[in-house]
Write a protein that binds this ligand. Structure first.
Ligand SMILES: [Fe+2]
Length: 317
């Protein structure tokens, strides 16, 4: 689609109103929130397109975190022990590189963990206090044609969903659990969890149908979605079929696009509340894929999912 400029910001839509590329230089990216009008415009562009891709940002870890922190509080990596490669708890190391610089070995725990990222998901839906934005910055990209990221428009998919089905779905609550998606991607590896794994990420509960930042309804869905409950707290026996039918509907080609990383310096900023994404799975010959993610915690009315009292009702059933 044709590019346009709004208040000095260059916008090139990717897939209708879903996804946009913006070629502003990084210095402008960093400073835009100091100037109220461009900062406000940038959020409006983000709300409209849900995914914005910046090329050649030149950001390093510090400036990546600084830019992200202008958008809200950042999620801390609970597994960060103070000595990891990225050097800050505010960046999740989602690369295929170990702390000694070697590539992640095939069939290691980390290799299997990453396979779950190749399933359609939203980041941190398994947290009771969920995230709104993810900002993934490339420091090194894999060989051409590998390591792309695909995005799906959960807002448009819901808009097009049959009206007769919507009312029932609006009442559903979803149990999200990180380990569910890991088991789906790597059943043998994740048949047993370590006590630490189970403790660090218990399940979380969110409504299936929510409102996006522009007020439009959207589906909040991910491979982390394990079980559906009706409004009375009854578990739906066909939860997984309903969930994966909905994911299949959202990820038809008319709702998706594939983003190429192309070069180091590319930053992809997406809204987890109104999109899903999936990464290409690791391969042994893809080379270093050094991508680091900051995650902005949601501060909206749906940030904490459903109430604790409802959660307790589910757990006694
Ligand atoms: Fe992700």
């Amino acid at each position: 689609m044709a590019s346009y400029t709004i208040n000095g910001l260059s916008v090139t839509p990717i897939h209708g109103d879903f996804g946009a590329e913006n070629c502003m230089p990084y210095i402008y990216l960093l400073s835009c929130f100091e100037n109220l009008i461009p900062g406000f415009q940038l959020i409006r562009i983000q709300d409209k397109y849900a995914v914005i891709i910046f090329r050649g940002t030149g950001l390093d870890n510090e400036r990546h975190v600084a830019f992200s922190a202008q958008l809200g509080s950042l999620e801390k990596n609970p597994a960060w022990g103070g000595s990891e490669r990225v050097g800050t708890p505010y960046l999740f190391d989602v690369s295929n590189i170990e702390s000694d610089g070697s590539l992640v070995k095939k069939d290691s725990r980390r290799w299997h963990h990453a396979l779950g990222n190749a399933l359609w998901h939203t980041d941190s839906s398994f947290n009771q206090h969920r995230s709104k934005y993810s900002l993934l910055l490339a420091h090194a990209v894999p060989v051409a044609g590998q390591g792309n990221t695909e995005f799906a428009d959960t807002r448009q998919a819901w808009k097009d969903y049959p009206e007769a089905e919507k009312e029932k779905l609006r009442r559903y609550v979803v149990e999200h659990e990180l380990w569910h998606s890991r088991k789906l991607a790597s059943p043998d590896e994740y048949e047993k969890l370590t006590p630490e794994e189970r403790n660090v990420k218990p399940p979380a509960y969110h409504k299936l149908v929510q409102q996006g930042p522009s007020g439009e309804e959207t589906l909040f869905l991910a491979a982390h979605a394990k079980t559906l409950f009706d409004i009375d707290g009854n578990r739906l026996v066909d939860s997984q079929k309903i969930i994966w039918d909905l994911i299949a509907n959202c990820t038809q080609s008319k709702y998706t696009f594939t983003a190429e990383w192309k070069a180091a310096g590319t930053l992809m900023w997406w809204d987890n509340r109104q999109s899903m994404h999936r990464a290409s799975p690791y391969t042994e010959n893809m080379g270093p894929r050094d991508v680091r993610r900051s995650t902005v915690i949601d501060d909206g009315p749906l940030a904490f999912g459903i109430s604790k009292s409802y959660t307790e009702k589910l757990q006694v059933k």
